[in-house]
Design a protein around this ligand. Structure first.
Ligand code: ATP
Ligand code: MG
Length: 572
């Protein structure tokens, strides 16, 4: 909690006031039994009706005042804890946006989601509860004991002797439940992750009849969660029965010992009635304190999980700008090495140059590092060694916004939002309609004209009402719409038929002359016209050059060309 103090300190005054009101309420509550004792033991025997009314009225006033204070303070606590959590959530969301791809890989998306939702909720609950019970419970506990001691020390000491039972239980419960709650959050992350993977891949899972496997997988994480839940539940469940037992034991003792003491004339019978109330109050206060401890262990674990993310350092630190090199190529990779995990290399000593308006084709089997090159170019990750340059400038020296603005990108499995077709092409940028139509035409998205409502036709979540090819065309249109300096297409034409693919390439060649294009494709026909083609295998370049050069020098390329295009000369 202390790690989130920055968020709490602006509200300290307000929280102080809330707790002061709670304190007033608790003091008024403490007065009620002792007023009753005076009424029963002094005023009733005197048959002083006016005094009885007066004391009755005072008790009512105390009860009313206590109710008022509690309602007011509870509302205030809801307000401050709500506001504090809102600003924590706000900052956490922003932090998550700023994390590098590497940090996100380590954190994992489901964990980020649960930190943003259930963890901030736990923090909220802790803050609210601390304000509601943090002062009230200890005051009722100490005040109740004090009042009992002043009324009858002997009877009070008997009852106080019972309190350590609860004390020990509280200690035991908190000690064992704190690690369990931390573990519970971790398992919850795994449940969310499994569900998310399952839902995202539901079609594939069904198509490949993996449903049983997925059910088993979910069953496993579900059982793990149940096991931790049950363990935590079993431990915390000891508290309530033990306290009820202590309460009933105490109440019986008050009546039995009290009766003896009344009989011997040490106390009057009103004291017994007051003691019954005080003892109940004290036990409830102890239970309140237990609840604070349990909430504390949960809230503290969550607060740490939130603070861990907030404390993550900025990963992709911008370097101070340097003078760009003269006559530099548009894009250059200079001896770049990179590994996602530090084990093995995902990109091995990659160097190439690309001039303005040129096209780079990247070809290679799955997992060979094609998308990784694009990730490095977009600075999703920084290389372990070597440099990526644009216009002779190390991309680490370019401001992130400036860098992003250079690119038009279609990723593999790209994102389609719910909204109209126009929304999806515009994608929150300020672009005139003219650009949308131009981009759609270049992306060969003629299907838009046939849709009802055309540009205003609705796209469902994840583009579920579009075919694979239609989705790809819309995504390409989105990448082209802002007339980017560098166009990146990662397997963006795999679902297009040969004719459309060829039309798309023609449109790119004639309408985007100054755009430098990086093209990842499985089909040689898609990139045979590229100025430079990289053939990758396991992160290494095994062939580099244009189509003709590769046909002559790279056996893997030639082999692919032969199986895909017959003799490899056929123009598509
Ligand atoms: P495909 O044709 O299937 O898209 P690719 O050539 O684009 O393949 P990459 O995505 O670049 O392949 O992946 C290269 C290697 O890096 C793979 O072995 C992959 O397992 C690994 N890899 C990719 N992304 C990550 C990541 N976020 N964390 C760890 N390893 C990764
Ligand atoms: Mg890829």
């Amino acid at each position: 909690m202390i790690r989130l103090k920055k968020y709490i300190s602006p509200y300290l005054g307000f929280i102080g006031l809330t707790m002061f009101i709670k304190l007033l309420g608790a003091l008024l509550e403490l007065l009620i039994p002792s007023l009753m004792e005076v009424m029963l033991d002094e005023k009733v025997p005197q048959e002083d009706v006016r005094a009885i009314w007066l004391y009755g009225g005072l008790m009512l006033l105390c009860a009313g005042g206590c109710l008022f204070c509690n309602i007011l303070a509870n509302r205030m606590s809801a307000k401050s804890s709500g506001k504090i959590t809102r600003s924590i959530r706000h900052d956490l969301f922003q932090k998550l946006q700023s994390l590098s791809a590497k940090q996100m890989d380590e954190l994992t998306i489901p964990s980020a989601e649960s930190r943003l939702t259930s963890d901030t909720y736990n923090v909220n609950q802790l803050l609210a509860r601390l304000q509601r019970l943090g002062i009230r419970a200890p005051i009722l506990l100490i005040g109740g004991i004090f009042m009992m001691l002043t009324m009858d020390p002997v009877l009070a000491l008997v009852l106080i002797g019972l309190l350590p039972i609860i004390g020990i239980v509280v200690y035991f419960v908190t000690k064992t439940s704190v690690p369990l709650y931390t573990k519970q959050q971790g398992v919850l992350d795994r449940v969310v992750r499994t569900v998310q993977e399952n839902i995202t891949g539901i079609r594939v899972i069904k198509a490949l009849s993996k449903t049983d496997y997925e059910k088993d997988r979910f069953h496993q994480v579900n059982s793990d969660l149940t096991a931790v839940d049950m363990k935590a539940g079993f431990i915390t469940a000891i508290t309530n029965p033990v306290s009820s037992l202590t309460l009933n034991l105490g109440l019986t003792l008050v009546v039995v010992i009290g009766a003896y003491r009344v009989h011997s004339g040490a106390i009057l019978s009103g004291v017994i009635v007051a003691f019954l109330q005080y003892f109940t109050m004290i036990l409830n206060a102890m239970l309140g304190i237990t609840r604070i401890f349990v909430m504390w262990s949960k809230g503290e674990a969550s607060a740490n999980r939130v603070a861990d993310v907030l404390a993550l350092p900025e990963d992709l630190v911008p370097l101070s700008p340097a003078e760009p090199e003269e006559n530099a190529p548009h894009i250059e990779f200079r001896d770049v090495n990179f590994s996602y995990t530090g084990i093995g290399k995902n990109i091995d000593s990659l160097s190439f140059k690309l001039s303005h308006g040129q096209t780079l084709g990247i070809l290679g089997p799955t997992g060979s590092g094609k998308s990784t090159i694009l990730n490095l170019l977009l600075r999703m990750y920084d290389p372990d060694s070597g440099t990526v340059l644009i216009d002779g400038q190390d991309i680490r020296t370019i401001a992130p916004e400036t860098l992003k603005a250079k690119f038009g990108v279609v990723f593999q499995n790209d994102f389609m939002a719910e909204g109209t077709i126009a929304d999806n092409i515009r994608f929150l940028r300020e672009l005139p309609d003219r650009d949308l139509y131009r981009a759609a035409a270049d992306a060969q998205a003629d299907f838009i004209a046939e849709k009802e409502g055309q540009m205003q036709a609705e796209v469902m979540v994840r583009g579920n009402n579009l075919s694979g090819g239609q989705k790809q065309r819309l995504l390409i249109a989105r990448a082209l719409a802002a007339n980017p300096e560098i166009l990146i297409l990662d397997d963006a034409s795999s679902a297009l038929d040969y004719q459309t693919d060829s039309n798309l390439r023609k449109a790119l060649r004639s309408n985007y002359r100054n755009t430098t294009t990086v093209l990842v494709a499985q089909r040689i026909s898609s990139l045979r016209h590229a100025d430079l083609i990289l053939v990758l295998q396991d992160g290494c370049v095994i062939g580099m050059g244009n189509h003709e050069q590769l046909m002559a020098s790279c056996s893997e390329y030639r082999y692919l060309a032969e199986i895909q295009m017959g003799d490899g000369k056929e123009a598509v």
